[in-house]
Design a protein around this ligand. Structure first.
Ligand SMILES: C[S@@+](CC[C@H](N)C(=O)[O-])C[C@H]1O[C@@H](n2cnc3c(N)ncnc32)[C@H](O)[C@@H]1O
Length: 281
């Protein structure tokens, strides 16, 4: 679906910077030695889990979140659906991915079909601040690096709370504002400050409480995130060129600079990273 407003257009232009994403992923898979005819979800992890720590941080959040087996989960800002497919496989969840970037939704649908998970993972395109779902539709909301482009976080978390059933939970893993001052741009979620909106940790926790979500767990994971950013930067900037699969397939040729700034922002305390679990009572 074509984006309808300037904000949606800007998000789509940022995350679909390079175009031709599925063909680029297929080329990368071939170069990495994967068999396209028997594609496995884990073959995609370097490109479809677009958050610090990759599949490891998804697994850590899953362990922390305590989702019941078979839970109905909304992955808000779920991108290409890597985390959604991991939840479907590892906890038999039925996951709905909602994302504003049309290319992620289109390619995510195809990758899900190609990995045999369409019965458990479905996709929709839309804005996380206006969720197209009824009240109390989900056992859990999953949000990994989903809020960094969203200025109206009151609306975002209000909507997350609305679609959760009582007793349901929000599991989040987010990049947040750090204590050391302004972020250096460009970064992987925004080429300029205009598309970025980071909440400070206490502000975020306050917003979640005001939305009706009680904190059950909160953990600063900046140190792990920093190590992961530095590892990925090392791979992307390797003298022999970037790896076959990675965020450069959608962010384009400037990806090394985006990752350099992210690593620097983490090292200098300009951004922090936290994970948390919040309950609707
Ligand atoms: C850094 S990516 C993370 C994607 C995914 N959660 C993951 O971990 O792989 C941020 C995602 O948020 C999506 N996004 C940004 N603003 C959004 C909004 N207002 N509504 C829905 N999705 C949004 C982007 O399209 C992008 O896919």
């Amino acid at each position: 679906m074509e984006p309808k407003d300037d904000y949606a257009r800007a998000i789509n232009a940022h995350y679909d910077h390079a175009g031709g994403l599925e063909a680029a992923i297929d080329r990368g898979l071939r170069v990495a030695g994967h068999d396209l005819a028997t594609l496995r979800p884990e073959d995609l992890a370097a490109v479809d889990q677009f958050h610090l720590g990759g599949p490891g941080s998804t697994r850590a959040l899953l362990a922390r979140a305590g989702l019941p087996q078979g839970a109905a989960v909304l992955d808000v800002g779920g991108g290409l659906g890597g985390a959604a497919r991991a939840l479907a496989l590892e906890a038999e969840c039925r996951v709905t991915v909602l994302d504003l970037t049309a290319a992620f939704v289109r390619v995510g649908v195809n990758l899900t079909a190609r990995t045999g998970l369409s019965s458990r993972v479905r996709f929709g395109q839309g804005d996380a601040t206006r969720l197209p779902f009824g009240a109390a539709s989900f056992d859990a909301v999953w949000a990994q690096h989903s809020a960094m482009n969203i200025p109206d976080k009151g609306a975002l978390y209000g909507e997350c709370c609305r679609v959760l059933r009582p007793g349901g939970r929000l599991a989040l893993h987010e990049v947040l504002a750090g204590p050391a001052g302004a972020v250096r741009y460009p970064v992987p979620w925004a080429r300029t400050a205009a598309l970025s909106d980071l909440a400070a940790p206490d502000m975020l926790r306050g917003l979640l409480g005001a939305a009706g979500l009680r904190e059950a767990a909160w953990e600063d994971v900046t140190a792990e995130a920093r190590r992961s950013a530095e590892r990925l930067l090392g791979r992307l900037a390797a003298p022999e060129g970037p790896p076959p699969l990675g965020p450069h397939l959608f962010l384009g040729p400037g990806t090394v600079e985006l990752m350099q700034n992210l690593a620097l922002n983490l090292a200098e305390g300009r951004v922090t990273v936290a994970q948390g679990v919040f309950l609707k009572e």
